[in-house]
Design a protein around this ligand. Structure first.
Ligand code: ATP
Ligand code: MG
Length: 406
């Protein structure tokens, strides 16, 4: 919890963070978003006191930590630095082991922990443990950054644009990994991002800041999308709020459609007649382990004798942890109108269709109207001067929002 925290850098007329009070619910992911320079990193660094607040208090689990030794505090808080920030002269293993070493863990325990964490972020320990950061891709470096932050199993994790420098597909995978990790570990995570879609996907709560870390809205992704507090938030959300709600629904939460399936070796004419019987357009061919390998139209089936075990590399496949937004992307890229969904060990579970997606948008809108738990407390004290000379609003529509508004 931040309690009326202000940071004024030397020589600044306006504070970088002005009178911010913000409750961070335990075990949840809070996403901080806002324009560049609005004070996100400063806010984050005040939580572990890498930056000392000018005034106000930081309260962690009921304890006022504003006065305690900063180094000691930081050992209990994992921190993922903007743009990776690994030590270049240290191996992956040594990077991850930094905090456990400071805590005087014995060698065997550190080694075991390093391997466990590398597995957790999907890097094979045998391959990656002894490499140097420059021998890794950007996405891999960011994963090591996440592993390092988790090393001593801190209850609190601060992440500053942890997936900033990677391509959209790797980013999607890293996001899914973080959600997977969180579903097991239940950390309290505060994460900065520039990407509103990422905030919607990862956040239990989203804090939208304007200059000087003025909280414009602090609420659940559902309610922010359904009821943006003002024009600033609307602009931030960008167009297509309806589509963004798709990032709130995971494929494993919707009813899948089961198409006609066949196995490698089966007669294609049998498949075709079953397809015609059911009025379907495409059939899915599975390998001996139940994994989808081909997706054939009636035309393709008519030209075929028996199904082969060739794997179509362009198959529109997604995992069941993916969001409906990911599913829609996959459909659009392959222009197929459906995505094939796989579960554990890549087994075929069914399809998501455009119809499924449409129904989910309607359901999400209904759910947002009803609303559930109330938002955490978030407010700024006083009025601060903005650089354009206007004062930041503290009442009315642009209320110091989040105060359990709905
Ligand atoms: N050490 C410092 N000394 C002086 N001013 C600083 C210092 N660090 C940050 N600032 C200023 O404080 C404001 C907030 O910076 P901060 O790094 O928190 O922004 P941010 O929201 O994280 O931006 P970005 O999205 O670009 O990372 C900016 O105006 C910045 O110039
Ligand atoms: Mg920053």
């Amino acid at each position: 919890m931040l309690d009326d925290v202000t940071k004024r850098f030397p020589g600044q007329t306006r504070p970088a963070v002005g009178g911010l009070t913000m409750e961070i619910p335990r075990g949840s992911i809070v996403m901080l978003v806002g324009p560049s320079g609005c004070g996100k990193t400063t806010t984050l660094k005040m939580i572990n006191r890498l930056i000392e607040p000018t005034s106000g208090r930081i309260i962690l689990d009921g304890d006022d930590v504003t006065g305690i030794d900063g180094d000691q505090l930081r050992r209990g808080i994992g921190y993922v630095i903007q743009a990776g920030g690994l030590f270049p002269h240290m191996t992956v293993a040594a990077n991850i082991a930094v905090v456990p070493k400071m805590l005087n863990w014995d060698k065997a325990r550190i080694q075991a922990r390093v391997d466990e964490l590398l597995e957790l972020v999907s890097l094979n320990p045998a391959l990656y443990r002894d490499r140097y950061p420059k021998e890794l891709s950007g996405g891999q470096q960011q994963r090591v950054g996440v592993a390092r932050a988790l090393a001593a199993d801190p209850p609190v994790l601060l992440m500053d644009e942890p997936f900033g420098a990677v391509d959209p597909i790797t980013r999607q995978r890293l996001q899914d990994e973080l959600l997977h990790i969180q579903s097991e570990l239940h950390k309290t995570i505060v994460c900065v991002t520039h990407d509103f879609d990422e905030a919607v996907k990862l956040g239990d709560w989203i804090a939208i800041f304007d200059e000087g870390a003025q909280l414009v809205q602090y609420d659940s992704p559902e309610r922010i999308l359904a009821n943006p507090a003002n024009e600033f938030v609307e602009n931030f959300i960008g167009s297509g709020a309806g589509l963004k709600q798709l990032t709130l629904t995971r494929v494993n939460e919707v009813d899948l459609v089961m198409p006609v399936t066949a196995n490698a070796g089966d007669l294609a004419s049998d498949t075709l007649s079953r397809l015609q019987g059911e009025g379907g357009q495409n059939a899915v061919v599975l390998d001996e382990r139940g994994r989808p390998i081909q997706w054939l139209s009636r035309r393709q089936l008519a030209r075929l004798d028996r199904h082969t075990d060739a794997v179509d590399p362009k198959l529109p496949v997604i995992g069941n942890q993916a969001t409906l937004n990911d599913a829609l992307d996959t459909m659009l890229v392959s222009s197929t109108g459906a995505a094939l969904v796989t579960g554990p060990r890549d087994r075929f579970l069914g399809m998501v269709t455009v119809q499924t997606v449409m129904e989910a948008i309607t359901a999400a809108n209904d759910a947002a109207q009803q609303g559930s738990s109330s938002a955490p407390v978030g407010i700024n004290s006083g009025v601060i001067e903005r650089s354009d000379g206007a004062s930041a609003p503290v009442e009315g529509d642009a209320a110091p929002a989040g105060q359990g508004t709905r």
